[in-house]
Design a protein around this ligand. Sequence first.
Ligand code: CO
Length: 208
Amino acid sequence: MELKQIFENNRDWIQEKLKLDKDYFMNLAKGQNPDILYIGCSDSRVTAEDLMGIQPGEAFVHRNIANMVPNTDLNVMSVINYAVVHLQVGHIVVCGHYGCGGVKAAMQSADLGLLNPWLRNIRDVYRIHREELQGMEVEGEKYKRLVELNVQEQCINVIKTADVQKAYNSRGIQVHGWVFDLQTGELIDLKIDFEKILQGIMELYRLS
Ligand code: CO
């Protein structure tokens, strides 16, 4: 790809926006008030705004390999804190995708160097749900299911944070688990039961 092209694209994009609204950038610069925090995969094919059909300013976005929410990761934890406490988002979405390279790598027993500690979090998800996954004979089905279970576990990690529990008690913030299907373009709601999960983990994880 010619990087020169990117700057040409940028100029075209500016013109497109201004054609529709001459104050577009002036208004954009005033500040942000997104209602959604989107936590997704860094995969180049899973672009948050495009797949949700939303515009700049509508979602606060965090992306990393395999849409993880490890509780010792200062990056994702800071994003959650800022979005929940300061931006006061009403929804947090963890969005995984079928065909995720991070999840695939975690399913293989191999030393992947620097990626080991990151992928370990996914291997832990596999271990937690081992019984269900080992019962699946078709490898492709197992892979898809691990993608879904990983989203579910990362939603639980979001719910474990004090900021989210406080925001739930005070203003009913919602947590959602979604999966993007690369082969069809469809966005699937896993219908994570926030209330049930919260009740289920309360004994150990209640922070608020
Ligand atoms: Co991925």
